[in-house]
Write a protein that binds this ligand. Structure first.
Ligand code: PAF
Length: 278
């Protein structure tokens, strides 16, 4: 497992790799969900590259950029168990040198949900992914379904800009009580951690109502909101959305595949989760 810290060295190492390259972009503070992405990348490619970069461009002012959990030695220990060929850890200055002025803006699919709550977030994600794809030149890049809007945005960017990379999406990995794995779960205090499974319960409720024949998206959203409001530690409902799984336009009548997604603030972090009604 080779650690590379500069863009020049990464490009140089990439030139020497032949065969298919699977790429897992991360912001570090890895969890089992990331490990699953790496395992899948390894099983489908001759070479695997993981990047660790807390991308300042995707944090809005006032968000948790400075306090975002970082622990490279811990990440390395975890990665040693799955053994990617290369771990690329660029610096913020290397990625965004002075007078950096070029941004990738994916329209429409970034307008709602996370995009509405976090202005500029997806511009930062699309820009850093474009840069990482250009540097790493992967055959396939692997993303988790937990960040559903990110997946839709990256797919749209790759299609619209004719990028030469396949996008593979891996199902959300969950704790035994259903909480989706996330680096931000580390912020949860014990009682908040217990309360956090309300997101999963709300999604399961939507799935149950849909399976029972309910097609009215508004009624399902209302039922989910009511359930979440019963949890005293669930402070603010960012959004409860039932949208077309590709355009992310809100639905009145549910036609599959529909993405049911939500953002709920529990204690410090705002947690997100989703399921797809097929
Ligand atoms: O999902 C993440 O961890 C980040 O948004 C990504 C894709 C690594 C870009 O910074």
């Amino acid at each position: 497992m080779k650690i590379i810290k500069t863009i020049a060295a990464m490009k140089n190492a990439r030139e020497k790799l032949s065969g298919t390259v699977g790429f897992v972009p991360t912001m570090g503070y890895l969890h089992e969900g990331h490990m699953e992405l790496v395992r899948r990348a390894k099983s489908e490619n001759q070479r695997t590259i993981v990047s660790i970069f807390v991308n300042p461009a995707q944090f809005s002012p006032g968000e948790d950029l400075d306090s975002y959990p970082r622990d490279i030695p811990r990440d390395m220990e975890m990665l040693e168990k799955v053994e990617p060929d290369i771990v690329f850890i660029p610096s913020p200055r290397g990625m965004y040198p002075p007078r950096f002025n070029t941004w990738v803006d994916v329209e429409k699919v970034t307008e709602h949900m996370e995009g509405a709550l976090r202005p500029g977030h997806f511009r930062g994600v699309a820009t850093v992914c474009t840069k990482l794809f250009n540097i790493v030149q992967p055959t396939t890049a692997y993303f988790g379904q937990k960040d559903a809007q990110q997946v839709v945005t990256i797919r749209k960017m790759v299609a619209d800009l004719n990028m030469n990379v396949e996008i593979a999406v891996i199902p959300t990995l969950r704790e035994p009580d259903g909480l989706a794995m996330s680096s931000r779960n580390v912020y949860l205090k014990p009682d908040e951690r217990r309360a956090a499974c309300i997101l999963y319960h709300a999604l399961k409720l939507a799935e149950k109502l849909w399976a029972q024949g309910e097609k009215d998206a508004h009624r399902i959203r209302q039922a989910m909101i009511k359930l979440i409001e019963e949890e005293p530690l669930a402070e603010v409902i960012g959004y409860v959305s039932i949208a077309h799984a590709e355009t992310l336009e809100e639905l009145h009548e549910i036609k599959p595949p529909a993405l049911v997604s939500l953002a709920v603030k529990i204690g410090k972090p705002r947690l997100i989760d989703n399921i797809v009604l097929e």
